[in-house]
Design a binder for this molecule. Structure first.
Ligand code: ADP
Ligand code: MG
Length: 503
């Protein structure tokens, strides 16, 4: 029939066009009829599945699926055709497809329904998502790996937002601070440090966001059970590509042990300083006794003079009052020596208080002056006006000075080449104070110069060789130093350098 023939040609032309269109598509396209039989299979589908179009035309589309989808599919399609209930059609989802060789691969499948006068069916467009799936898996693995690393890092770490609110805290952090990660997530990192230090640490954090990269400082934390813990906090900031801060990473390193050791060392140094001081004072006993004896003798003399006046009946009240004033002055002088002696001999904790170096020097020179005078030598003292305060333990600083002056004296006894010891106190660069003890002794040999500060190094028959090593450790405990240099007279200069306390 001509009419039918013409119609046939028209269909053919349309189907050629359709085939060309389908083949031009990059994605595999499969057409099926309402009973699930394959009615179209484009080139991309051939390439992906390994079937030729001829092999699959008329076959149930389930050949393209692995079990269990294969068996489920017929039922599914039938249900849709009967009830219109949709699982994939018009929606699309991720399913698994099977190639001719039996291998399977994930696809993103979108299915649409088509209806023409001539036929009705479904068009499935497939996208191989193996690559995407692999990337997703890789990202998942990498994320999991990062999570594991964070969780199991031996150093306690918190991650916070830029306001310091904890976003995450690892196991080590939970153990160290006693809070669960959940509890930590309801806190700010600064809430974890002791009350007094919070303000300061918040300021540090905001400075870090504004300009910094990282900072580290020793700070006290309070654990959940109320204990104070000394820790080193190291904080870093993570920024985006524009330099905006995103996150803060805070490492909390437990320093309690280090702190304890430092405390033990300090106790030890304090004890050693005390022993050293007692030793030095012991050596000075006869001199000091003499120093106290002098005013006592004077007092006795004034007292008997007063007695004589009274007994002679020629009492001039003016004269008597004058004698009593002199007695009082002498008593005060003896009292001063005894007070500073007792102060020096007392055993006590290492102190940190603002000190006036001029006053410290004055007190020490009073104690030792007599020993020099007894030999006809002079103790020259020069103290710069308005010395800024230093921070530390006055008695220990005096102990260093006393030791240095005694060493100077002992060196000069060996070789009488001059007749004075000079003590000066002067500021240096606005940040230090130098107290220098200068003598007229023989100075040090090169060998002695190198070993000077070693414990038990002595050139004296009765020497212990501990004086200078104790002095050195006292100076470094004050953030200062002790140095030797030969002076222009060939004698020794010992320089005590102390940091000025910042206001
Ligand atoms: N002012 C000084 N002049 C020369 N030598 C000194 C001086 N001060 C210290 N020394 C040397 O350093 C040594 C160690 O001094 P020190 O540690 O005080 O121990 P000691 O006084 O018990 O010997 C002394 O034995 C001496 O040789
Ligand atoms: Mg000595």
């Amino acid at each position: 029939m001509p009419h039918k023939g013409a119609n046939h040609r028209r269909i053919s032309a349309a189907s050629v066009r359709l085939t060309a269109l389908l083949d031009a598509a990059v994605d595999p396209i499969v057409l099926i009829d309402p009973r699930g039989r394959i009615s179209g299979f484009n080139r991309a589908a051939e390439a992906v599945f390994g079937y030729s179009e001829a092999e699959v035309i008329g076959k149930n589309v389930s050949v393209l699926m692995p079990q269990p989808y294969r068996d489920e599919h017929d039922g599914y399609l039938a249900r849709y055709v009967e009830t219109g209930s949709r699982r994939i059609i018009g929606i699309g989802r991720e399913v698994v497809a099977q190639r001719k060789d039996g291998t399977t691969f994930p696809i993103d499948l979108s299915v649409g329904e088509f209806k023409t006068d001539a036929e009705r069916g479904f068009v499935g467009i497939l996208r191989d998502i193996t690559q995407r799936k692999r990337q997703e898996a890789e990202i998942r693995e990498a994320t999991e790996e990062l999570r594991l690393i964070f969780e199991n890092t031996p150093t306690p770490v918190t991650i916070t937002d830029i306001n310091g609110h904890v976003l995450n805290a690892n196991r080590a952090c939970e153990i160290l601070l006693g809070y669960s990660a959940q509890e930590l997530k309801e806190m700010r990192h600064s809430d974890l440090v002791v009350e007094e230090d919070r303000q300061e640490i918040r300021a540090e954090f905001s400075k870090l966001h504004q300009e910094g990269e990282r900072f580290g400082r020793e700070i006290r934390y309070r654990t959940k059970d109320g204990q104070i813990m000394y820790a080193l906090l190291q904080a870093g900031v993570a920024r985006d590509t524009k330099g905006e801060p995103l996150l803060m990473i805070c490492e909390v390193i437990d320093r309690s042990r280090v702190f304890e050791v430092a405390k033990e060392a300090e106790d030890l140094r304090t004890r050693l300083a005390h022993v050293g001081r007692i030793g030095t004072l012991g050596e000075m006993v006869s001199g000091i006794a003499h120093e106290v004896n002098q005013p006592l003798t004077a007092i006795a003399n004034y007292a008997s003079a007063a007695r004589r006046l009274v007994l002679a009946g020629a009492v001039d009240p003016e004269e008597l009052a004058e004698i009593h004033d002199k007695i009082a002055i002498q008593a005060e002088r003896a009292g001063q020596v005894i007070r500073s002696l007792r102060n020096m001999a007392r055993k006590r904790e290492f102190l940190r208080e603002p000190l006036d170096c001029g006053m410290l020097v004055g007190e020490v020179t009073k104690l030792i002056d007599f020993e020099l005078r007894a030999r006809g030598w002079k103790l020259l003292v020069s103290i710069a006006a308005k010395l800024p305060p230093v921070l530390g333990d006055g008695v220990q600083i005096q102990q260093v000075l006393l030791n240095l002056i005694r060493n100077a004296l002992e060196a000069m006894i060996e070789k009488a080449s001059g007749d004075f010891v000079q003590v000066t106190a002067a500021p240096v660069d606005g940040s230090w104070i130098d107290i220098t003890v200068s003598d007229c002794g023989p100075g040090l040999s090169h060998d002695a110069e190198d070993r000077l500060f070693e414990p038990f190094f002595t050139t004296k028959s009765q020497g212990m060789g501990l004086g200078l090593s104790i002095c050195k450790s006292i100076m470094s405990a004050h953030g200062g130093e002790l140095q030797y240099r030969r002076n222009s007279r060939g004698g020794a200069d010992f320089i005590m350098r102390l940091p000025v306390s910042s206001p």
